[in-house]
Design a protein around this ligand. Structure first.
Ligand code: MN
Length: 262
């Protein structure tokens, strides 16, 4: 039984190391991760340059990890199609340095690693540690191994992955586990305009968080209360309920085509 581990913080990230060693208690673990940090890369893939792999030494029992000059989605594609001897029973992406909640999952390289596993029909988890500095991955890694064992045993529905956010607290201070939905977060004042030494403008993306939907049933609400958040995500983004209403636009879009629009 093989587990594939990737991340978006890069091959040297402490969360990747802690995760891979914790999962080694369940079976064989293969680490295939970006050679440098690719946070907020979303689901980007590399199509216009060659991908290369470098072996890096890793703690026992793994012995080695593989660093790729690409994105988390590249790493999972490469691993599944070219590098692994057997299909993994599980793909785990993380443990990310910092939360991945609400709308931010659409930018997240961590979540995209798991999405790529899910697209390829493997049960997949994205795991993030909530906090900003001095992060200790010990409990999060231990909890992820517990969760991974259950997912391997019970599976996930097709087209579904799990997005997991774990507060950076000692086990006894964690308030419990919440099954959540995505909250809604956006950033205000995101574009910071500055001048370079030659007087030309440049722009830096930053901004302040603005949580528009952070109720107790959301991932944002759960982690703010010190709970572990488990959000089942699906690949199908279709808004089914709106399909019928959208039909009412059609006569105005192509009025002379009779029954052509359906
Ligand atoms: Mn990251």
């Amino acid at each position: 039984m093989l587990i594939l581990v990737t991340n978006d913080d890069g091959i040297n990230a402490p969360g990747l190391k802690a995760l891979s060693l914790a999962l080694a208690s369940l079976g064989k673990v293969a680490v295939v991760a970006p050679e440098r940090e690719r946070s907020a890369i979303g689901h980007g893939i590399t199509m216009h340059k060659p991908l290369r792999i470098t072996e890096v030494p890793w703690e026992k029992p793994l012995g080695k990890g593989l660093a790729v000059n690409g994105t988390p989605a590249d790493c999972v594609k490469l691993a599944l199609d070219a590098l692994l001897d057997e299909p993994p029973a599980l793909v785990v992406s993380g443990i990310n340095w910092g939360e991945n909640v609400g709308t931010d999952v659409l930018y997240s390289g961590t979540v995209s690693g798991a999405i790529e596993g899910c697209i390829n029909g493997r049960p997949s988890l994205a795991v993030s540690l909530v906090g900003e500095k001095e992060l200790d991955f010990t409990f999060a890694a231990c909890f992820t191994a517990r969760l991974a064992r259950e997912i391997i045993r019970r599976g996930l529905p097709a087209g579904t992955l799990l997005n997991v956010n774990i507060p950076c607290l000692p086990e006894e201070e964690i308030k419990g586990i919440a099954i959540t939905r995505l909250g809604r977060r956006r950033y205000t004042n995101t574009v910071n305009r500055r001048l370079d030494p030659r007087g030309r403008a440049y722009y830096w993306l930053a901004g302040q968080k603005e949580d528009l939907d952070q109720g107790p049933e959301t991932d944002i609400g759960a982690v703010s209360r010190g709970m572990i958040s488990l959000t089942p995500l699906q690949l199908d983004l279709t808004h089914y309920a709106f399909q019928e209403k959208l039909r009412a636009y059609l006569p105005y879009l192509w009025p002379d085509q009779g029954n052509k629009y359906r």
